[in-house]
Unconditional design. Structure first.
Length: 513
């Protein structure tokens, strides 16, 4: 199974909320043809959706972009032969065309959207209108109404984290729809989805809400509405309507093994989308609260090792220096259970809850530190852009200069206990692994393929920084922690592992019997 954005075209554009006032959309013309269906829901299945669709469909649009991408030309395999000129006519050329310069290719993407005001504001997904490849530029955006009329669109603003974008078209008084209240949605409610799958034209599908607050792992702010209504590539950015004719979701992703619909689609709830769209409409950037930590969800094995409930809370695996969390005293290994009194769960991640706050807000964190409850107050900072966060991320995974296994009796004893052999960190190994000069720990030299450590993804070259929250700067120190765990009757060991310069990760591995 794989998640995919529901967009089609020559490019598959890959692209997730702010706690802002829920202001109504911009003032609209008084006599605008509002595409609102004043149809009260009835008990049981509707006899037909036709009246509803007739009022709503004119406000749902097709969105297409034209993009330019610079790509290197294919080398001419016939260079120096009578066929070289023939090959060059079709875009070939040794070294990438004349003078070795890259060639600019044209590409197109297709998606959906909907008009939210009579003066032409259009909502869609960010990945529908964002460049589809590194180095690509979006040359133009065109909005096509159901009657076939085309309008050039201006990009007013977009927010990559929420996968939302706002466009503007000019030249008429347009049919429009309104956002509804997605907090009132219930599993089992009927919904109608309208969009432009595969670019074939406006298409209507219906289904029910299958789940609420669903996470997919493709974004930091996942709390999707799941539906079984047919959503396919090209439906991205299209609206999900309730039976009142109000937009309660923006169709964004599908779960599919092949890219086609299998009855599992996801929409961004209106409660998340509307504040962001209001902010973009004002010409402002979306700002979210930020702590400066790397949180990690707690699975069943980690919960057992930590002594906490499964899927409740997240453990801090990194704290960036000179950030709100660092200044407030948050530590690696802290388990954050609540944010401002709200439980941290799979449906409400730490990042999501903090993202609902504004920069400058005071945030209370209820945490578990070394098994003891405590609380900290953090002043929220401003979350950096995705590009800035990506630039901060390091890497390093070269184990080519690692010593061979079998470094001594201590190493062999560790293998018998946890399925690992380890060695102490030397300057040579430190350089080979690309570790920071301040790194401390023991380095994994071999992993027993049949061990739980192997199943959890540990591998040669990983640095074990701590075990059961105790520093492991020597093989003997790690062996002592393992012995203590066995003496206490524990069946698992909590390791804090670093790979290269990437942030560390907590891993709970089962001890061998």
């Amino acid at each position: 199974m794989r998640y995919a954005y529901a967009i089609t075209g020559a490019l598959l554009l890959a692209g997730t909320t702010a706690s802002l006032a829920l202001n109504p959309p911009a003032q609209t013309a008084q006599n605008a043809p509002e595409a609102m269906a004043q149809i009260a829901p009835r008990a049981g299945a509707p006899v037909s959706f036709a009246d509803l669709v007739a009022r709503l469909q004119p406000a749902v649009v097709n969105i297409s972009t034209k993009q330019s991408i610079k790509v290197p030309q294919q080398a001419n395999p016939f260079q120096g032969t009578p066929f070289q000129d023939f090959f060059n006519q079709f875009g070939g050329g040794q070294g990438g065309g004349q003078g070795g310069a890259p060639v600019t290719r044209q590409a197109q993407s297709l998606g959906s959207g909907f008009i939210i005001s009579a003066d032409g504001y259009v909502v869609t997904n960010n990945h529908v209108v964002a460049p589809g490849a590194r180095g690509a530029t979006v040359d133009s955006i065109t909005v096509t109404l159901t009657d076939g009329k085309e309008y050039p669109a201006k990009l007013i603003g977009r927010d990559q984290d929420s996968d939302l974008a706002l466009l503007k078209i000019e030249g008429g008084t347009f049919p429009f729809v309104r956002f509804g209240d997605s907090t009132r949605a219930r599993v089992g409610d009927w919904i109608v989805a309208i969009g432009n799958p595969f670019g074939i034209g406006s298409t209507v599908t219906a289904g029910i809400i299958s789940a609420l607050h669903r996470t997919t792992g493709l974004g930091l702010y996942d709390r999707f509405i799941q539906t079984d209504a047919s959503i396919n590539q090209g439906n991205s950015g299209g609206p999900m309507f309730d039976l009142r004719g109000e937009v309660i979701g923006i169709n964004s992703q599908i779960l599919s093994p092949s890219g086609g619909n299998i009855g599992i689609g996801f929409a961004i709830p209106a409660e998340q989308a509307r504040p962001i769209i209001d902010t973009l409409m004002k010409g402002q950037a979306v700002k979210r609260g930020y702590l400066g930590v790397g949180p990690q969800p707690i699975d069943e094995d980690l919960a057992s090792a930590l002594g906490v409930a499964k899927n409740h809370g997240e453990i801090i695996r990194s704290v960036e220096p000179d950030t709100p969390a660092g200044r407030a005293g948050v530590r690696v290994g802290d388990v954050v259970l609540k944010v401002n009194g709200q439980d941290v769960t799979n449906e409400q991640s730490l990042t999501y809850l903090v993202g609902q706050t504004k920069p400058g807000d005071a945030i209370r964190l209820d945490i578990l530190r070394d098994g003891k409850p405590t609380a900290l107050t953090v002043t929220a900072g401003t979350r950096p852009s995705p590009q800035e966060l990506a630039a901060q991320a390091g890497d390093g995974d070269d184990d080519s200069a690692m010593p061979d296994s079998g470094q001594g009796q201590g190493d062999q004893a560790m293998s018998n206990s946890v399925g690992l052999t380890v060695t102490e960190l030397t300057p040579q190994i430190q350089r080979a692994l690309g570790l920071d000069s301040t790194a401390k720990g023991v380095v994994i030299t071999t992993v027993d393929p049949s061990s739980d450590a192997a199943q959890k993804g540990l591998k040669r070259g990983d640095l074990i920084v701590a075990a059961n929250r105790q520093p492991t700067t020597t093989v003997a120190a790690l062996a002592q922690v393992v012995a203590q765990a066995r003496a206490q009757g524990r069946d698992s060991l909590l390791l804090f592992v670093q790979r290269g310069r990437t942030p560390g990760l907590f891993v709970a591995i089962r001890l061998k019997k």
